[in-house]
Design a protein around this ligand. Structure first.
Ligand SMILES: Nc1ncnc2c1ncn2[C@@H]1O[C@H](COP(=O)(O)OP(=O)(O)O)[C@@H](O)[C@H]1O
Ligand SMILES: [Mg+2]
Length: 301
C-alpha cells in the first residue's frame, strides 16, 4: 500500500523549486534528486519522550526519515536537538515511545552493530594525538577516536580513505597531522571519517560551528556534494542557524523546547511564521539561491 510506486504522494522535483506563495524561483543548485516513493525508512521515532533527572527534555516527538532524505533539525539552544540526534545514532534510549534505527527497534538490538552503519560528525571530535588526516579517516572503520592498538587497515580500506580525503578537497594532505589542521579542514576530515565505513545514515551536529565564512561555505558545498555522490545515504543535520543549512536540505523539523513545532518538506516548514513560532521571536525567513536566511526585518514587527 504505502509502497505503491505509482503513488503521486512524492512530488517530482519541480514543486520544491518554487517558493510557496511567492512564485520566486529557487535555482536547482546541485541538489540531489528527491528520494523515490516508498524509499526505505531509515529512522522512525514514534511519540518519543526523553526524561533526565526528573526533567522532561523531549515529549511527543515523531520523526520519519527515508533513504535519500536530508533533514535539518532546527531550534533554539537547549531545545533538545542533540538529544534527538543521540537517539537517531543509537547512543541513547527513549524514556517512552519507540525509536527504529535502520530497521531495528532500540532496546531490542545490539547497538554496536548499528553504530558501524551510522556516520556521526561531531565538530568537537575529541582527538588529542597527532594522527594524520588519513589515519583519522581510517578510525571511522574501527569506530574509535584514537588509533586502535594492533589494528591494521586493508589495502582497500587505505585506498578508500585516500579517495575520500581527495573528495573532500584535501588531496596531497593525507599525511599531515590532524593537530595542525584548520577548523575547516578538520570539518571536512571528520565528514570523510564518517563516510569511510559506508554508512546508511549520516548525522551532523552543528558541523559548521566555529568556522569563518569561507570555511563554512566550503563545508556546506562539501555536504551538498556528498549528498550527490552518496544519494542513498539519509542525513540529519542539526543547527540553530538557518544560514548553516546546505541547499540540499530536503526536509526540516522545527523543535521548540522539547517538542516538535513543525515538520515536513523544508520549503513548507522553514517559513517566517513557523520559524518565528519555534523561536518565540519574530524573524523573517527567505530563501535565495537555494540557501535560507533569517533576519529581523520588514513585516516582523
Ligand atoms: N544527559 C543529560 N542530563 C541532563 N540534562 C541533559 C542531558 N543532556 C541534555 N540535557 C539538557 O537537555 C536540554 C536539551 O539539550 P540538547 O539536546 O543538548 O539541546 P540542543 O542541542 O537543542 O541545544 C538542555 O536543557 C540540556 O541541558
Ligand atoms: Mg546541541
Amino acid at each position: 500500500m504505502s509502497t505503491d510506486t505509482t503513488s503521486p504522494s512524492v512530488p517530482a522535483r519541480s514543486p520544491s523549486s518554487v517558493r510557496a506563495g511567492t512564485g520566486d524561483p529557487v535555482p536547482p543548485a546541485d541538489a540531489p534528486p528527491p528520494p523515490a516513493a516508498g524509499a526505505a525508512v531509515v529512522l522512525d521515532l514514534r511519540d518519543v519522550a526523553f526524561v533526565r533527572n526528573g526533567r522532561t527534555i523531549l515529549e511527543h516527538v515523531d520523526l520519519t526519515v527515508r533513504a535519500g532524505e536530508h533533514w535539518a533539525l532546527v531550534g533554539p539552544n537547549g531545545a533538545g536537538k542533540s538529544t534527538i540526534l543521540s537517539l537517531c545514532g543509537a547512543r541513547d534510549h527513549p524514556t517512552r515511545g519507540e525509536v527504529d534505527v535502520l530497521g531495528s527497534t532500540l532496546g531490542r538490538v545490539d547497538v554496536q552493530a548499528l553504530h558501524s552503519m551510522i556516520g556521526h560528525v561531531n565538530p568537537r571530535h575529541p582527538l588529542r594525538t597527532p594522527l594524520t588526516i588519513q589515519e583519522v579517516v581510517l578510525t571511522g572503520i574501527t569506530g574509535t577516536t584514537e588509533w586502535r592498538q594492533r589494528w591494521e587497515p586493508t589495502r582497500a580500506e587505505v585506498d578508500r580513505a585516500r579517495a575520500l580525503v581527495t573528495d573532500m578537497g584535501l588531496g596531497g594532505k593525507e599525511h599531515e597531522p590532524w593537530t595542525t589542521l584548520s577548523q575547516g579542514e578538520r570539518g571536512r576530515t571528520i565528514i570523510a571519517r564518517a563516510l569511510v565505513a559506508d554508512p546508511a545514515l549520516l548525522l551532523l551536529d552543528e558541523p559548521s560551528t566555529g568556522l569563518d565564512v569561507a570555511a563554512r561555505e566550503q563545508l556546506l558545498a562539501t555536504i551538498d556534494a556528498v549528498r550527490v555522490t552518496h544519494p542513498e545515504v539519509a542525513s540529519v543535520l542539526v543547527t540553530h542557524h538557518l544560514e548553516e543549512l546546505p541547499t540540499s536540505t530536503s526536509h526540516a523539523l522545527l523543535l521548540a523546547p522539547g517538542r516538535v513545532s513543525a515538520a515536513g518538506r523544508a520549503d513548507e516548514v522553514l517559513t517566517t511564521e513557523a520559524v518565528s513560532r519555534c523561536f518565540a521571536h519574530p524573524v523573517h525567513v527567505e530563501r535565495r539561491h537555494g540557501r535560507w536566511r533569517a533576519s529581523a526585518g520588514p513585516g516582523t514587527a
